[in-house]
Design a binder for this molecule. Structure first.
Ligand SMILES: [Ca+2]
Length: 455
């Protein structure tokens, strides 16, 4: 089974260049400026004094002086090599050299945070093969998308622990299916315990948790019996981190596609717990997607001023049901975010470096399957330069090594995922989410080695 058509966020396939690109191309003048700014900021950032300032400013980096602040984030662990979001996937990512591992967080019926990409688990577990759970099969609407299957909020942790993980995209990653049925669904607490165990000899591995569908879990979503779920993922996250004694801001980034829950973490939840962790605002597709919390709150009579404060005044047209991510990727918004709650942004790489379709596709790796179907445009979205100029970290998603996820340059050279990663570092991004962390580490080594200026 391939990727569900509706699967949002970090699974977004690299699409053909959209009609909206016509509009995007109108920014050509800005783009040139943006690229120039990127270069200038990247140079500044390499100066030791600039590093000291940014670290003190909470724009932290992990303790690897030799890496000049560049990080590798193991996306769902090492999900190119193991079924995603399992302890085995995370452990492999750490052993491959990832600085951070990335658990997506959803809640169980009894309010425990577990690592799954979605609360609907039919694609990543063997739940369908458990007759005792057949009656839990149902249809729900999550962030406006109708989903049919089994949902974590309808299972206790003990029940979820009887399931086993399986490869989500077996057609693309057939080798990973040999691990199907072997691994359990981990809790956040177990992920933290793993990270502590695997941090040895001075190395400090971090976690990069994502709150998944926070508005759904806290306000909109219903359990199988019709009751409100009413679980704050942010509050549970803070509670778990404090309980596990894992609150070092150098070892955690908290990310979300929603804006309201990150602002709430910064203004209320973290201060109440006496912690202050860097927050990363994820961006779904700038042209098409809308942040679900803004949509929900604007259409359900939410107190927008109380929820979003001064952000509203920075967005052209304010925050409404029509607000798209693109309206939140402007220079004033990025500066406001940096001043008020965010340490970084996580944009989709297809927005930063747009591609166009390559027809017919070509076979770049010689396996007789023509699966390279995209070509770079040499355009860089100005959001990258604006974010770096504002002092935000930029961590694009998602890098994947398989041919179907790659592209060739505008000049016709097929790019490996290593080349893609080096390109992002070269444009000033300080890290990226990658399914093959070993390839990300290789890219960083090569980039830094080739960037060394001899005396
Ligand atoms: Ca091929």
């Amino acid at each position: 089974m391939g990727e569900p058509v509706s699967e949002p966020h970090k699974d977004r396939p690299m699409p053909a260049l959209r009609p909206a690109l016509t509009h995007f191309l109108a920014l050509a003048g800005l783009l040139l400026l943006g690229t120039a700014c990127t270069t200038a900021v990247a140079k500044d950032a390499a100066a030791p004094d600039a590093r000291t300032v940014s670290a003190a400013d909470h724009n932290h980096r992990p303790d690897h002086p030799g890496h000049q602040g560049l990080i590798v984030i193991g996306h769902r662990g090492a999900s190119g090599y193991r079924p995603e979001h399992t302890l085995e996937s995370y452990r492999l990512a750490i052993r491959q050299g990832a600085d951070f591992i990335e658990p997506d967080l959803v809640a169980t019926r009894d309010g425990v945070l577990v690592a799954r990409h979605e609360n609907e688990i039919s694609g990543t577990t063997d739940v369908a093969a458990h007759p005792e759970f057949a009656s839990r099969h149902t249809t729900k609407v999550v962030d406006g998308i109708t989903m049919t299957g089994w949902f974590t909020e309808d299972f206790t942790l003990a029940e979820l622990k009887t399931l086993r993980a399986k490869e989500r995209i077996p057609a693309i990653r057939p080798a990973n299916t040999r691990f199907d049925g072997m691994y359990t669904i981990p809790t956040l607490a177990e992920v933290i315990a793993l990270v502590k165990r695997e941090s040895r000899n001075g190395r400090k591995v971090g976690i990069y948790p994502e709150t998944k569908h926070p508005t759904y879990f806290a306000r909109e979503g219903r359990r199988l019996d019709g009751r409100s779920i009413a679980i704050s993922l942010g509050a549970k996250l803070v509670e778990t981190l404090v309980a596990e004694g894992f609150t070092d801001p150098k070892r955690i980034y908290v990310q979300s596609f929603e804006f309201g829950n990150l602002i709430e973490l910064k203004k209320a939840l973290m201060p109440a717990a006496g912690i202050d962790l860097p927050l990363v605002q994820l961006y779904d597709d700038l042209n098409d997607a809308r942040p679900y919390d803004v949509l929900y709150n604007a259409s359900h009579g939410g107190d927008m001023l109380a929820l979003y404060g001064g952000l509203i005044g920075q967005v052209e047209g304010g925050l409404t049901t029509a607000t798209r991510y693109g309206a939140l990727a402007t220079e004033p918004v990025l500066q406001w975010m940096k001043a008020n709650y965010a340490s970084g942004v996580g944009p989709w790489k297809g927005n930063l470096l747009p591609r166009q379709p390559l027809a017919p596709p070509i076979d770049a790796n010689g396996d007789a399957k023509a699966e390279l179907a995209g070509q770079g445009t040499a355009l860089v979205h100005p959001m990258l330069a604006w974010a770096l100029k504002a002092g935000l970290q930029v961590h694009p998603y998602t890098l994947r090594a398989e041919e179907t996820f790659l592209a060739q340059t505008q000049g016709g050279v097929a790019q490996s995922v290593v080349a893609e990663a080096m390109q992002l570092y070269g444009l000033g991004a300080q890290g990226f989410f990658i399914d093959q962390p070993d390839q990300g580490v290789l890219a960083r080594e090569m980039f830094l080695e080739l960037s060394r200026v001899e005396p």
